[in-house]
Design a protein around this ligand. Sequence first.
Ligand code: IMP
Length: 195
Amino acid sequence: MISLVLASNNQHKVTEIRKILPKSFDLVSLKDAGITSELPENKGTIFGNASQKAGFVWEATGIECLADDSGLEIDALEGRPGVDSAHYSGFPISADRNMELVLSQLKGQKNRKASFVTVLALIQEGVCHHFEGRVFGTITEEKRGENGFGYDPIFIPDGQPLTFAEMDEKMKNEISHRALALGKLKAFFDLKEGS
Ligand code: IMP
């Protein structure tokens, strides 16, 4: 068995990742790895933060580690909210306020192109590997749909009539940025298993 710490306290992510890892992996929670403090996330980019979290856990535990970071990048806002997606409108965190802020910043804006991005950072044998998933789309004029979380009600992926929040979980999970990044991670493991 190869132990791998998942640098997240989000049980949904743990379950999603457990499903795609080869059986030879034993996924260890942060708590079981003895990490109770907040993970550092101050690199200023999604890529930097994913790498920083994985590196922190690796140095603290010596156990191989997988970390992720995601966000929404809007072209007309020069990539914002990006790394600040979770707390774009300040604290306490509010998805509704974040969406209101984005919609007000895009008022009258014709270019509504945006993308969701996830970066996974995997430290194996001391080497950091990165897997990026990105889904392109547009920002709506107003919120639509009740499902999902975060910015889902204002994001329509390209080629779809629905926002992420109007899709059921299965449909979103087939095309999301997270699914694309996890697909690349799975291909990496499949390649290793086959070699
Ligand atoms: P995290 O790094 O996965 O925690 O994502 C950071 C923030 O990006 C979240 O708090 C959301 O605001 C936003 N975000 C990331 N993924 C999604 C998504 O699939 N739908 C909507 N918002 C998302």
